[in-house]
Design a protein. Sequence first.
Lengths: 116, 109
Amino acid sequence: GAVVSQHPSRVICKSGTSVKIECRSLDFQATTMFWYRQFPKKSLMLMATSNEGSKATYEQGVEKDKFLINHASLTLSTLTVTSAHPEDSSFYICSATDKGAIDTQYFGPGTRLTVL
Amino acid sequence: RKEVEQDPGPFNVPEGATVAFNCTYSNSASQSFFWYRQDCRKEPKLLMSVYSSGNEDGRFTAQLNRASQYISLLIRDSKLSDSATYLCVVTRNTGKLIFGQGTTLQVKP
């Protein structure tokens, strides 16, 4: 099946620093990638939808200047959490849809961010 | 009101038991319906799609009632390995997935 990787799997950083998370589709071309955030014991919340070569579409309440998304190629999207604060600590998960099967989302393994 | 509502549980059941989870959704325009499974600190994984005609996969049966906007998942002969959080998911016509909070299942020996 389709594989999506995320890097890093876990990151701990100081407040005020920026953190970049990569999401890669390893064996397929991803027309669309999605970024989610999940707080403990809560549901996954969609943050933004990213299409290759165009600007990301952010969900209501998600600050686009704080969560920078770049989708430069059909296999790579990045999420940068800028000037991270402790309240940004969360589980960030990406997913990707295959060009040939747009109804199915394949999830990456997630990145656990802890901001001290 | 949340767009997808689930009882968070936890449901504690003995091995071999039958357990049922329910989910309601508020947007009548929702198009597709799924159950995902999420293990602790892992990504969600698709368990099965849900159709009005019902969908069975081994010990798992999913059902959709569009009139009542209600989705169910039945697990028969529970195994220890079934312990996880089960996420009810609906899609809009935009293709976005809307996740419920999840229902936690603990199967005890």
